[in-house]
Design a protein around this ligand. Structure first.
Ligand code: PEP
Ligand code: MG
Length: 893
């Protein structure tokens, strides 16, 4: 029972090995800030271990915990001089969730707990501020009603809106004590109607039910979705922080705000935040009032007229500034800080590492190295490789014509276009049909998270730069325009109005999260410029990584892009992709449908010059680097004519009637083509196909040599082998063609021959196979398919069931199954190296661009990974991180 409840000041915290695992991020930081001497209201932490006990105890708090909570509550009473439920000087507390990793807005929080019909009067008397006391009470009923009693929040909000409408005012701050009294009455009636009970007046009951509700929110649908998206294990559970309340809504010398120590969108080293005078925390994030800037600089940059905190409360602003500087220095990272000012006194309610865009993450990491806050290794480990993708994707073409219909806040950078949808469900539905959407909401809430993920961009009418929409979109790397007050949304009629323009559900719009523009229709995009910070991180990655990073490419264009991103060669050139070109497909079809070798050779002769040119173009781009060319792999039926027009075309050029063509198509039909006549089996049955491809490769190499282009290292790869004999036969074939071309041109050609390992038998037989292989490339797409016996083309239909039932943590076609498929890779690597010490080992399945799989490849001692061009930077960073993590692991174990 030692790790269950801790006061913020508990000395044992210092000795905890992984404080965040037990106290949650928020709790650990609150107690740490206390130790740093920062102004933190007193409180205690109910640990994540209690969450575990709670769920094991049929979702009830164990008795011992209840006792300990009472003791800690007494402790807060002693420090504050207030008493929980007291009729003179009542203590109010907040009950807030706090998981190991922050999950913004995903779990529940209750503020102002401890108020009832009596204590509210005491609070009014004590503070001489009846309005403030009543405002706090109505907030409490509203939050408690929503979180504990499951009453929809909008029902409370609508009552407030109607009251303001009747009174002819716009802002909550314009409501007086009597207004809140009336609303409290109506809120309580709503509670009675919905729960058939009066609003609970017993403050102890309030506390325990609130703690129970916050624990239960760990299992809420939105929290589960967030965990799934962010790969947070379900068994972690949440801690809970119970803390004495401080008030930002007591009058005009009070305020509340959220501030980042640097700009989370751009990474600029300037405070970035918002605050509201006479308000409580949720007002800032909920977007019900538009918050003001904190610094004069931010005000000027946004061209705003509203007074800043720096101007209105200069002394408190200086306190805040000092605190922020101290926090950043201490945590050596950009902080996201929540604060409250109560009668001119600053209180810090939370600090955590701020969520940031990929661009900001890179700039902050590089800047902090320059500022000597962290070193290069720490900088590399700070960046999530998966987020780099967002920096490499297009932004709006500045020259394109744009019909801007509204402008909001540039909440999360990037451009996106899509059909307008008004619900998260519709965004998800259209996404499943591969359609782009922009999710348009008055404001988003955690319930929308699945739709925000499914949409390409998010547009909201309300909410500032730290609103839910903005924070979540930045974390997800989705473009977002928030606080677009120029639009009015009509959910009922599924439309929004921007001035005189009405945009209906399904209409296309574009949003630019870097400028806040909302544009009618689709706007063309351009490739982004790579920033100097990005290049710096990439070059630091190269200093630490050991794996080579190659690319999967079969066109000159893709090869160029990949080389610019730092690819160190091609790990997989799928030659069949070259066969689909308009000019060639007819010859390919002729080749497949020919019944005689003679006809097949005629068709192949037409293809040869095309293939040679393709290879030459790629060799020119990849000069000096290795290029692995895979000979034809897919089942032939993929190329067959499907329409009558295509059948007629082939029948004319092959001079056979279309009936015969159809018969031949039927002959070639396979029940299970993925396990049929494909891969090296084609080379065994139709050696002339592979001969033509090798001739094209060698001729291209000779031509490059003649043109004095620095040579590539040509690696010819045989797909889908399962026996050493297959490889032996085909290696001989390649050597024969090489001899022929060398003799023809009286020149020497350098090349190597290797194979893909993509069948379990090949992995197990690696020792034999390595006799004929200079390299192995693990084709983990097929290796995953054949190891699990799960079709890579059909698995999406049931994979979700496997993930929901926790059979799979993650789709094995996305991230390598390290224990099963991984073991085969390890076996093949060891056995292959027993025969051929110098054998080169790489991976070219989709896993080559996945950070966790790359870490596995580095640990297993592969020589390279190969991935799609846009994943090359992701792979470079992941490979560096893999080496650094190896060292961390070696030094701690
Ligand atoms: C593989 O199977 O992993 C592979 C790279 O080949 P393909 O995806 O072309 O089957
Ligand atoms: Mg394959």
């Amino acid at each position: 029972m030692s790790n269950l409840i801790f006061s913020f000041k508990n000395k044992k915290i210092k000795n905890l090995k992984n404080p965040k695992n037990i106290l949650g991020g928020k709790g650990a930081n609150l107690s740490e800030m206390g130790r740093l001497g920062l102004p933190v209201p007193p409180g205690f932490i109910i640990s994540t271990e209690v969450c575990d006990l709670f769920y094991k105890n049929k979702k009830k708090l164990p008795k011992q915990i209840v006792k300990n909570i009472q003791l800690e509550l007494k402790n807060i009473e002693k420090i504050t001089g207030k008493k929980f439920g007291d009729l003179k000087n009542p203590l109010l507390v907040s009950v807030r969730s706090g998981a190991r990793i922050s999950m913004p807005g995903m779990m529940d929080t209750i503020l102002n707990l401890g108020l009832n019909d009596q204590t509210v009067k005491a609070l009014a008397n004590k503070t001489l501020n009846g309005r403030f006391a009543k405002d706090s009470y109505r907030r409490f009923i509203q939050m408690y009603g929503n979180v504990v009693l499951n009453i929809e929040d909008h029902l409370f909000e609508e009552m407030i809106d109607n009251h303001k409408l009747n009174k002819g005012v716009l802002l909550d701050t314009e409501l007086n004590e009597n207004d809140w009294n009336e609303l409290i009455q109506r809120f309580k009636e709503l509670v009675k109607k919905r729960t058939k009970k009066n609003f609970p007046q017993n403050v102890q009951e309030q506390l325990y039910r609130a703690i129970t509700a916050v624990f239960l929110s760990w299992e809420s649908q939105r929290a589960k979705t967030y965990r799934k998206l962010n790969k947070i294990p379900d068994h972690w559970g949440t801690a809970i922080n119970v803390q004495s309340m401080v008030f930002g809504n007591m009058g005009n010398d009070c305020s509340t705000g959220v501030v980042f120590t640097r700009n989370p969108s751009t990474g600029e080293n300037l405070f970035y935040g918002e605050y509201l005078i006479n308000a409580q925390g949720e007002d800032v994030v909920a977007g019900t009032r538009t918050p003001q800037h904190i610094t004069k600089k931010a005000k000027a940059a946004a061209n705003s007229k509203e007074a800043t905190m720096e101007e209105v409360m200069p002394k408190v602003y200086l306190d805040l500034k000092k605190t922020l500087e101290k926090l950043e220095k201490y945590y050596k990272d950009m902080q996201d800080v929540e604060f409250t000012v109560e009668n001119k006194k600053l209180w810090i309610l939370q600090t955590r590492s701020g969520k940031r865009t990929a661009g900001a993450a890179i700039k902050i990491a590089v800047d902090m190295v320059k500022e000597k806050l962290i070193n290069k290794k720490e900088a590399i480990l700070r960046i999530d490789p998966n987020t780099l993708d967002t920096l490499l994707h297009p932004t709006l073409d500045k020259k394109a014509k744009k019909k801007i219909i509204a402008k909001g806040l540039p909440a999360s950078p990037g451009a996106a276009y899509g059909k307008v949808v008004f619900t998260a469900e519709e965004a998800e539905h259209l996404n499943s049909m591969m359609q782009n959407t922009i999710l348009v909401r008055v404001e988003t809430s955690p319930e929308d998270i699945h739709g925000m993920h499914a949409a390409k961009g998010i547009l909201t009418a309300r909410g500032g730069m730290t609103s839910h929409a903005a924070v979540v979109a930045r974390g997800m790397g989705r473009p977002c325009v928030s606080g677009t007050t120029e639009i009015t949304i009509d959910y009922l009629n599924k439309e929004f109005k921007a001035g005189s323009i009405t945009v209906k559900e399904g209409d296309l719009i574009t949003i630019d999260g870097a400028t806040g523009e909302v544009i009618l229709g689709i706007v063309p995009t351009v490739q982004p410029k790579i920033s100097e910070y990005f290049s710096t991180i990439m070059s630091w990655s190269n200093e630490f990584k050991k794996l080579k990073i190659r690319t999967n490419a079969e066109t000159e264009k893709d090869s160029k892009v990949a080389r610019e991103f730092g690819a160190e060669g091609i790990g997989l050139c799928r030659t069949e992709h070259m066969f689909f070109d308009q000019e060639r497909i007819l010859s390919v079809r002729e080749m497949i449908l020919s019944k005689t070798k003679e006809n097949r050779n005629k068709a192949l002769a037409k293809l040869l010059p095309h293939q040679k040119n393709d290879f030459k173009e790629i060799f020119k781009v990849m000069y000096g680097l290795p290029v692995t060319i895979r000979l034809l792999d897919p089942p032939l039926h993929e190329f067959l004519p499907k329409t009558q027009k295509e059948i007629d075309e082939v029948s004319v050029s092959l001079k056979i009637n279309s009936r015969e063509v159809k018969d031949r198509i039927d002959e070639l039909h396979e029940q299970n083509p993925m396990l049929g006549h494909r891969g090296c089996r084609l080379g065994i049955s139709f050696p002339e196909i592979y001969e033509m491809q090798c001739e094209a490769i060698f001729e291209a190499l000779v031509e490059c040599k003649k043109e004095k282009i620095k040579s590539v290292i040509a690696e010819i790869m045989i797909p889908l082998i399962s026996t050493d004999i297959e490889l032996k036969i085909l290696r001989n074939l390649i050597n024969r063609v090489a001899d022929k071309i060398q003799k023809k041109h009286k020149t020497k050609i350098d090349y190597t021959v290797g194979t893909m390992i993509e069948l379990p038998r090949a992995a197990l037989q690696a020792k034999e196979i390595a006799k004929y292989a200079d390299f192995f490339s693990f084709g983990t797409n097929d290796l995953t398919q054949t190891t699990f016996g799960i079709s890579r083309d059909d698995s999406s239909k049931f994979l979700n069931d496997y993930i929901n039932n926790k059979i799979f943590q993650i789709d094995p076609f996305v991230s390598l199954d390290q224990s099963g498929v991984g073991e085969l890779i390890e076996i093949a690597s060891t056995r292959g190296r027993e025969t051929n010490k110098k054998i080169k080992l790489g991976i070219c399945g989709e896993h080559g661009g996945d950070p966790n799989s790359i870490e596995f490849c580095a640990r297993t001692g592969l020589n390279y990974v190969s991935c799609s061009p846009f994943r090359v930077p992701v792979a470079r960073l992941s490979a560096a991180q893999a080496e650094l993590k190896k060292k961390l692991f070696d030094s701690c174990c």
